[in-house]
Ligand binder design. Structure first.
Ligand code: DGJ
Length: 755
């Protein structure tokens, strides 16, 4: 809902639980009066406007007529360079006369419904939602800046973006243009980010803020596992602001507190090594960013993002679509497979109840390790003598859907493609290129390359019965140079690459709407909302260790819903950390994601097969709840020996709790788990999932399966007083009512309302 107080003017944007209020000052600058809790609309928000009553010492007076107004002390909605705001500008331009000062003043506004109409880049898929467009102008330089505020009321989200239009008849260089600038009162905020690295994505990082600037960014060409394009701010009152940038490339996020206790937040394309030449009449559209305010802490923030991603970002045909249970041959065989092996694996996968067979890396060219053949997207008949078409058919006949791994953006030096088109690789003319996983990037800035990839993969996908594609991307950028781009546009490389990537993804995903695409970049190196716009799920991490995954999935859940997180049960000792985790715990972790199995299932014992069959049955029964239930984090594995989380169905009639223990403590105390999101008035029956016991010694004592726990309680009891599981083993002996969890042990508890 948007209310406009025309006279001043003021704009009041309201979502279900938040208000965002803007005002135009007499100088023409647009400022923020409030962003946070929802407040009533009124005809004039004078009461929220504040300024110094006398000139501020040692600051630049914007204009004598408006003394004591200074830009440095204002809460600006957009900040530019050169008129007395000494904080980080959101926009920095370089004009034909080499001057760099710009100053944007209010000109007009528009309110419209539906899409803004981005060309070839992701845009939140809104139909009936209102958008406020504020038109600002720098009259001296004939440049317009449009700020967009798209309101997604039910998600408590405001989607911001900016568009720059060069109305002059000269070229303008954009040095920096962020998707938004937001200035707020500093309320003792702490900044919260998701940082990490390969096989360690989604790690929580918290910083207390002081005067100065805190930055996160990526200069890797991908959004990166180093810093997800996300910032969270929280204070002691349980208020949380979340900012999630819808962009897949180099990004920057910053939080700055200046001497006047104003906190500035910005996110957008990383200005580092970025420049964009805007010819006369041309426009530049920034990526969108989701802003949300939650009075219900970080869980509330996550619910808003999850709903946005599920309802407004992923392609509509995959909305609430039950995602299939995958068998992936990567950790089962790596490059070492032949057709016979694949068919054996498929038969076993089918017998165990899996639904989709994914043929991973190594099916093409001469690829028997990672040093060769990227770019040669033709089947290796030595490995698959009957070809892909026949293989996919055979797999279908076994009873499984067929899926394929590809890595379109790459080229190996040892490949036919490289022999033919060495200039298609990203590298400099006068330097030997540095390799990442032995490979080079393809220059997507060159439209010929994009057309080639489009054509080749269209041929492949049209020829076989394929229902899933894993789109991988396994290196960060280096040796940036495009032999296609003119010299004065070389600094456009990173952003042009991403726009071309979006173009390619758009072409293939619209041509093949029935193919479920899963994004991957050595795991989560390019996990971001923009990728989800094309591909509704992501391989969360190359780390398949269930215990490490607790942290990775816990962290990732701050922004991304379980319906987007690929999570597989793999072998022990685990290939990334050599840990031995019980099979039941491996499932219990993977169950809070899109379940898959990635191990040599030919080697399973009969007992392990039985266990997996039951796991899959259980997952299928609760799939909708696990993939689309409202996700609540309860206990934090970054600070505790345990992780606890739960999902609750929309109608609150069902819930599932995941309970995980890292190491067995000696003589553990009784536990209380305060559940969340339940209907306080309803009585819930709680029952643990029947799990098999690990270790023959324990089986002698306890029998095949763990004891069952059954509790009945009201929602309010479970929320406020907590669920009281049975006591754990405390070293004094065993009986049927002891809960033996052990190292890396876990439980799932299913809750249903009493009929
Ligand atoms: C990296 C991916 O994350 C893995 O799952 C696997 O697909 C390999 N690439 C294959 O090269």
């Amino acid at each position: 809902m948007i209310n406009v107080n025309e006279k001043i003017p003021e704009f009041h944007l309201q979502t279900l639980n938040s208000s965002y209020i803007l005002r135009v000052l007499p100088t023409g600058h647009l400022i923020n009066l409030h962003y946070g809790h929802k407040i009533k609309h009124r005809k004039c928000f004078d009461c929220l406007y504040q300024n110094y009553s006398i000139e501020v010492g040692n600051e630049t007076n914007y204009n004598e007529k408006y003394t004591p107004f200074t830009l440095e002390t204002a809460k600006l909605e957009i900040s530019s360079y050169g008129k007395g705001d000494y904080r980080e500008p959101a926009i920095h331009l370089n004009f034909a006369d080499n001057s760099r000062v710009s100053d944007f003043k209010y000109k007009d506004y528009n309110i419209f419904k539906g899409k803004i109409g981005f060309k070839k880049q992701p845009e939140v898929r809104s139909k009936d939602n209102q958008t406020l467009q504020i038109i600002l102008v720098d009259k001296i330089k004939s440049i317009e800046l449009h700020l967009f505020y798209k309101i997604i009321e039910k998600c408590d989200v405001i989607v911001r973006s900016a568009k720059l239009i060069n109305k002059s008849n000269k070229k303008v260089k954009i040095e920096k243009i962020m998707s938004f600038n937001l200035d707020l009162d500093n309320d003792d905020f702490e900044v919260f980010t998701l940082s990490g690295k390969w096989i360690k994505e989604g790690q929580i990082s918290k910083q207390t803020l002081n005067k100065g600037t805190y930055y996160i960014d990526s200069k890797r060409g991908v959004s990166s596992s180093e810093h997800n394009p996300f910032l969270g701010l929280n204070n002691n009152s349980g208020e949380v602001y979340g900012f999630s940038l819808i962009y897949s490339g180099n990004h920057q996020g910053l939080v700055e507190i200046n001497s006047y206790d104003i906190i500035r937040i910005q996110m957008g394309i990383n200005p580092f090594d970025f420049q964009w030449l805007l010819d006369k009449g041309e426009k530049f559209q920034t990526p969108e960013v989701m802003l949300t305010f939650s009075k219900k802490g970080f869980n509330g923030m996550s619910h808003n993002f999850h709903q946005m991603i599920n309802d407004y970002i992923i392609p509509s045909q995959w909305r609430k679509y039950p995602r299939p249970i995958v068998f992936n041959n990567w950790e089962a065989t790596y490059f070492d497979f032949d057709e016979e092996t694949l068919l054996e694996l498929a038969k076993k996968a089918n017998k165990l109840g899996m639904e989709l067979f994914v043929l991973d890396d190594g099916w093409f060219g001469r690829r028997n390790d990672d040093s060769t053949s990227l770019g040669d997207w033709y089947v290796n008949y030595n490995k698959i003598p009957s070809g892909l078409k026949s293989l996919s058919k055979k797999i279908n006949e076994i009873g499984l859907d067929f899926g394929l791994w590809i890595e379109p953006e790459m080229i190996s030096i040892d490949s036919k493609l490289y022999e033919k088109h060495p200039d298609w690789a990203v590298k400099l003319k006068d330097r030997e290129p540095s390799l990442g996983r032995n490979q080079l990037l393809l220059d997507l800035c060159n439209p010929e390359v994009v057309d080639y990839l489009d054509k080749r993969f269209t041929e492949i996908f049209s020829d076989i019965n394929i229902s899933y594609v894993k789109w991988d991307m396994n290196r960060n950028f280096s040796d940036i140079y495009s032999s296609y781009l003119p010299q004065e546009r070389q600094q456009e490389f990173y952003h042009r690459y991403i726009l071309a990537l979006y173009d390619l993804m758009q072409r293939l995903t619209t041509k093949f709407p029935g193919i479920l695409f899963e994004g991957c970049a050595s795991g989560g190196n390019r996990y971001n909302p923009a990728l989800l716009y094309y591909m509704p799920q992501v391989w969360t991490s190359d780390n398949t260790d269930a215990i490490e995954r607790l942290k990775i999935q816990y962290g990732t859940s701050f922004i991304y819903p379980t319906s987007t997180m690929g999570a597989h049960v793999s072998d022990i000792p685990n290939h990334q950390v050599r840990r031995n985790t019980p099979l039941e715990s491996r499932f219990n972790t993977a169950a809070f994601g899109i379940l898959g199995y990635e191990l040599d299932i030919r080697e399973l014992t009969t007992r392990q097969e039985e266990i997996i069959k039951e796991q899959i049955k259980y997952y299928k029964k609760h799939r909708q709840l696990l993939q689309y239930g409202r996700f609540y984090r309860i206990e934090n594995p970054f600070t505790k020996n345990k992780a606890i989380w739960m999902v609750v169905s929309e109608n609150q009639k069902e819930a599932l709790v995941g309970y995980y223990q890292r190491l067995q403590e000696s003589n553990p105390s009784l536990e209380t788990i305060r559940l969340k999101g339940l209907d306080k008035e309803k009585i819930y029956k709680i029952k643990n999932r029947d799990q098999y016991i690990t270790g023959s010694k324990f089986r002698k004592i306890f029998g095949e399966k763990h004891n069952s726990e059954k509790v009945e309680a009201y929602g309010d009891e479970l929320i406020y007083a907590g669920f009281k599981p049975m006591s754990q083993y405390i070293g004094t002996g065993y009986n049927q009512n002891i809960r033996f969890v052990g190292d890396f042990g876990s439980r799932l508890y299913y809750l249903t309302t009493k009929k």
